[in-house]
Design a protein around this ligand. Sequence first.
Ligand SMILES: Nc1ncnc2c1ncn2[C@@H]1O[C@H](COP(=O)(O)OP(=O)(O)OP(=O)(O)O)[C@@H](O)[C@H]1O
Ligand SMILES: [Mg+2]
Length: 405
Amino acid sequence: MHDSSGRITVQNLSKTFGQIPAVQNLSFTVEPGSVTGFLGPNGAGKTTTLRMLLGLVQPTAGGTTINGRPFNQLTNPGRVVGAVLEAQSFHPKRTARNHLRVYTAAMGLPDRRADEVLGLVGLAEAAHRAAGGFSMGMKQRLALATALLGDPQVLVLDEPTNGLDPEGIAWLRTFLRSFASGGRTVLISSHLLAEVEQTIDQVVIISRGQTMYYGQLDDLRKSQQTRIIVQPADAGALVTALQEGGITGIEPTPDGKVAVTGSSVQQIGDIAAKASIALYGVQEEKADLEQLFFRLTSGQYVGQLPGVPGQQPATPGQQPGMPPQAPGMPPQAMPPQGMPPQGMPPQAPGTPPQGYPPQQQPPAGPPQPYQQGPPPPGYQQGPPPPGYDQQQPGHGQHGGWGGQA
Ligand SMILES: Nc1ncnc2c1ncn2[C@@H]1O[C@H](COP(=O)(O)OP(=O)(O)OP(=O)(O)O)[C@@H](O)[C@H]1O
Ligand SMILES: [Mg+2]
């Protein structure tokens, strides 16, 4: 059903390019008022999914909606969705301001909107410069400015942190959080969890085109158990004492230490003291989201280390410089692999799409290279939706290309 919620749905979405299953039976919902991270390693299917969401690629099966409709059936797409995908192209000799004015003209917006969005993304001082001379981060900002022209309800950004300096990443984080807190919807993809971890509330992790985790980032954090690494004088004796003390999550490590889950430092210390086992070190190992991300998305394209033929980099879950896990040992903390999306039945690969009306599928058409397209003629800038805190140029600028948060 058509609505104005700003909700994005992806339902049993699949795309196969020849023999390549780029996206396999993906389902998730992006709620308004939140920032959702769409995460996966290179080649996982992020861009393909976002292209299908924007009606640029025809799904093999399943479909996507924004406001209850496929993108191609939105009445005023430029007003509803602002998007930045990979490989944005700008006329190299056109100034940033003139680039944006091409779109404001097509969208029926006043020229001043170009300067407003340049101010929002921190490019006010570069408005008169040719986009061809922009750095990668400046191009990212100009692409974001283009996406913001129509004051959209939904923002879809493919790898928006690529090329941004640390200040730019911090600014983008504040910007997106404020954008979402006003009731709008933000979906951003990244292959780096660390770069978006502080920005996102919800996370969809994919690997090889399949959902590996879908849910709140906080829940993913909580699913990680803290391990306590103990360095005893006698590992064998400590393992026996712990077992006799009723502790179950015990893993001797290859370097003579003992890793314990589901227990406290005090419990372990008390048992060791009672058994007269000296402890030389006790360390709490906090949940490491990045490590979990590696485990969930393991090695689609695994490189080799330079100068060591055939040697692979650290396997997922193994930190460089850390010993590998002993054979036969359970993983340090079980990833929620295969966890079904919230509120949805577990997905079986190859399952035909269910509950998705065929008429909601985008019309057939050949895949096209993405270009930020202007909305249809007759577009009129309307007032921002209630709750949106419209930013004004001239506020919050803080040096460099710092935009307004
Ligand atoms: N037009 C196409 N023709 C053939 N294969 C394609 C096409 N587009 C994407 N693919 C393949 O689909 C898979 C997913 O690609 P996609 O670009 O969606 O990955 P991604 O998650 O965006 O990766 P990255 O992090 O590198 O941007 C890859 O194996 C890719 O080679
Ligand atoms: Mg991509």
